[in-house]
Design a protein around this ligand. Structure first.
Ligand code: MOS
Length: 750
């Protein structure tokens, strides 16, 4: 069989999600819905100090409660192996494992785990544990300690871009530039707050443990738990049936996952640990706050001469987690002189982690706000400014882009929005007490990729079983993978069964970085092609087949038909398998394949998704209330497998961007050293009344293949630049530039 391209339409059909029925009827079982006899429940006790040591811990009153099975503390918990921050595959989330010693690094750190017959008994007993502490001085606001800032050693995310970059001579050129801007932006701590809180159930059978976890990475869970316990990976099975939102917080294996296994072994029963909503604010990462300085040197026509983007963020006392905050600044615009840098300050807070468009979202808030400020400084339309600085190639990697539909995104979205009618001057649109403003921003997201494997089994009855240990996070992954297999095999979707979320299936990477469709989908395509090649080999050797004695190298696949080029020989693969199956010759064919993406520096091209946001806000002149009233955004993301679920990803991402701009912030009390708003009453997220009709669309995009199926990435691109579009629209409405997120009433009235 000759190598063949993936021929699905560039924008695929809109298919309803295959998990939809199970979810709306409640039959979908999540990790903490799995039913086990004799299930025990674990509840963590949190530290009430922010830094210091445990002097003593009194568990006797809690132990006396009827139904309490065991209480683990640093004094009696099994000693676990050291894992470090970054495992070989899969991240532990933080290098500090709890209940191993008396040190306290942050408020809310777990100091005991109560195991009981019911969650109510465990929660009650947890309140009876008395801990005496030796407190030490803590620091939680990184901006108060910028003298301690140091260059981040690395960016531990998919693709691992360099921490710093420099081209040309940005400082000298900045000093000579006719137009100079030196601007400082801030973004706060944010939390992922997935609707399904973090939860794990661990069940031992002999010396093997099965972990049902709400995760983005079953193979990561397997690896991390095996390492901490010091047992072979084969003795750990991780299963994720559904994950009810994750956003990066379930990409790592946080301490509660390992401790579910530890506790289950301790009490000799299945154990479930379900973090409370409050606990998920200290037990599963957060987005680090940022302080970003942008210096732009430009000519009077708005062309960038020099661009410097330096970001500082916080990290925990024991880890060096750094988002790729300034990385997309290296590639979005053409600029010969550029520097980016990332610095960290250690604070007494648990380790931050990736959160939807980690780095890109806060970084593009700063860059795209600064570009708007430049447009006003040189009196240019903000879209015209972007066009003048359009990057034809990736000047960071020094390569052509695989495809870049940004001009089409600008054009189509501006047209649909009616951007050309926008008056340039701020405060020039009004509807009685409402000031109206329109803002725009560019979006860019790197085409992250990791190796992925898949298995395809073709059955004589014309069905296919496809498997890869990827995940269904609520994004439509299951549906997209099924569609990719169906397309490759020439089958209707209902003839394909896709299994996922289990380390007994072929390895798949963390479902993060918007990479799953491109990587896992490519592995499925490769495995399906291999399986078809096996059928061809069977057919050309089968005297009953029309393809008998055809040269396999000439046999092409069209739909489910196998056709020998230049002849009339042709047979559909289900027909071939049915015949061979009825003779008892075979039970089907099976093929495994691994998609191995090229390393970023070995790729011939640079792969990024692009887009453009245009939005309108209404700002009440008297109260400062901000309403987002219109949104149009276009994106070029390579091949789109499922028009419906991909569109939903864009909508969800833009809603997330609106929350980032106007609502979300986890506040820190510097005196107590704690997060103050640890629930959905006080951690604000947008509600329906905050969201206008969102007109989001894909432009058709083709180009040299990034991967065997030509997909790039969809999930996170919609967040990128969205908060800046709102801040820019607020400026246009009010003349007030807000450089600190979230935009509050007091930032507008103050
Ligand atoms: Mo996402 S932060 O790549 O899960």
């Amino acid at each position: 069989m000759p190598d063949r391209p993936f021929t699905a339409p560039l924008i695929g059909p809109p298919l309803n999600r295959l998990d939809g029925h199970a979810k709306v009827t409640g039959s979908a079982r999540y990790a903490t819905d799995q039913v086990f006899e004799n299930l025990a429940h674990g509840v963590f006790v949190e530290s009430s100090i922010t830094a210091g040591r445990i002097r003593s811990i009194d568990i006797a009153p809690a132990q006396a409660v009827a139904g309490v099975l065991a209480i683990l503390t640093h004094e009696n918990a099994p000693r676990l192996q050291q894992v470090g921050q970054q495992g070989q595959s899969g991240r532990p989330g933080q290098s500090h494992m709890v209940l191993q010693d008396e040190r306290i690094f942050h408020a809310g750190q777990y100091v005991a785990l109560v195991l009981a017959e019911s969650i109510d008994v465990a929660e009650y007993a947890a309140t009876l544990i008395r801990v005496a502490y030796q407190p030490e001085v803590h620091q939680v606001l990184f901006e108060d300690h910028l003298d301690q800032a140091y260059e981040a050693p690395r960016i531990p995310l998919i693709g691992t871009p360099p921490v710093t970059s420099e081209r040309g001579d940005p400082d000298t050129i900045y000093g000579r530039a006719p137009v100079r801007l030196d601007l400082t932006y801030r973004t706060p701590v944010q939390h992922h707050v997935p609707l399904e809180a973090h939860g794990t159930t661990a069940v031992w059978n002999g010396d093997e443990v099965t972990i049902h976890d709400s995760t983005q990475h079953v193979y990561g869970v397997r690896s991390v738990v095996a390492k901490y316990l010091g047992i072979p990976e084969d003795n750990v099975r991780a299963i994720s049936t559904f994950t009810g939102g994750a956003f990066g917080s379930k990409g790592s294996s946080w301490p509660h996952i390992t401790f579910a296994a530890v506790a289950a072994r301790q009490v000799g029963r299945p154990v479930r640990i379900w973090l409370s909503r409050r606990q998920s604010f200290v037990g599963a990462g957060h987005r680090a706050p940022t302080l970003q300085q942008i210096r732009i040197g430009a000519d009077r026509d708005g062309r960038l001469l020099s661009l410097v983007h330096e970001a500082t963020a916080h990290t925990s006392p024991y880890d060096e987690f750094c988002d790729a905050i300034a990385v997309t600044t290296r590639t979005l615009y053409s600029c010969p002189n550029l520097r980016t840098a990332h610095r960290l300050v250690k604070v007494n807070i648990n380790t931050p982690t990736a959160m939807r468009a980690p780095g890109e979202a806060p970084g593009l808030f700063a860059l795209e706000s600064a570009m708007d400020e430049l447009a006003h400084a040189v009196d240019l339309d903000p879209l015209e400014l972007r066009l003048r600085n359009y990057a034809k190639t990736d000047e960071d990697e020094g390569k052509a882009y695989t495809s870049k539909a940004l001009l089409a995104c600008y054009g189509a979205a501006a047209e649909r929005f009616g951007w050309s009618a926008r008056p340039r001057q701020p405060r020039s649109l009004r509807d009685s007490r409402w000031l109206i403003g329109q803002g725009m921003a560019s979006a860019v997201y790197p085409g992250k990729q990791s190796p992925a494997s898949a298995r395809v089994r073709l059955l004589p009855d014309g069905r296919a079983e496809v498997a890869s240990a990827t995940h269904e996070l609520g994004t439509g992954g299951w549906t997209a993978m099924t569609m990719i297999a169906a397309e490759t095999l020439g089958l209707p979707v209902d003839k394909v069964t896709f299994r996922y979320g289990d380390t007994h299936l072929p390895n798949a990477p963390v479902s993060a970085g918007s990479q799953s469709v491109a990587c896992v989908g490519s592995a499925i395509k490769l495995a399906a092609d291999k399986a078809l090649a096996q059928v061809i080999a069977l057919a050309v050797a089968d005297p009953s087949s029309s393809l008998y004695q055809a040269d396999p190298a000439t046999v092409e696949v069209r739909g489910a038909d196998l056709i020998a080029r230049g002849s009339t020989q042709k047979e559909a693969w289900p027909v071939i398998l049915t015949r061979l199956g009825s003779r008892g010759a075979i039970e089907g064919v099976e093929a495994n394949a691994t998609y191995q993406p090229p390393k970023p520096d070995e790729r011939p091209n640079s792969a990024h998704a692009f887009g453009a946001h245009f939005c309108e806000v209404r700002v009440a002149e008297d109260t400062g209330e901000v309403q987002v009233s219109r949104w149009t955004a276009g994106f070029g993301c390579g091949r789109i497998i499922n028009a419906k679920t991909a569109h939903s990803q864009l909508i969800g991402a833009i809603v997330w961007g609106i929350g980032m701009a106007l609502h979300e912030e986890t506040s820190l009390d510097p005196h107590l050293g704690r997060f103050m708003n640890r629930d959905l009453a006080e951690y604000l997220v947008p509600v329906s009344a905050d969201i206008p009709l969102i007109d989001a669309f894909f432009v058709e995009e083709d180009g040299p293949a990034v991967d065997p199926i030509g997909a790039k990435n969809v999930g996170e691109i919609g967040i990128c630049g969205a908060a800046a579009a709102i801040a820019n629209a607020v400026y246009h409405a009010t003349g007030k530039r807000v450089r600190d997120l979230p935009i509050r009433i007091e930032s507008i009235l103050g």
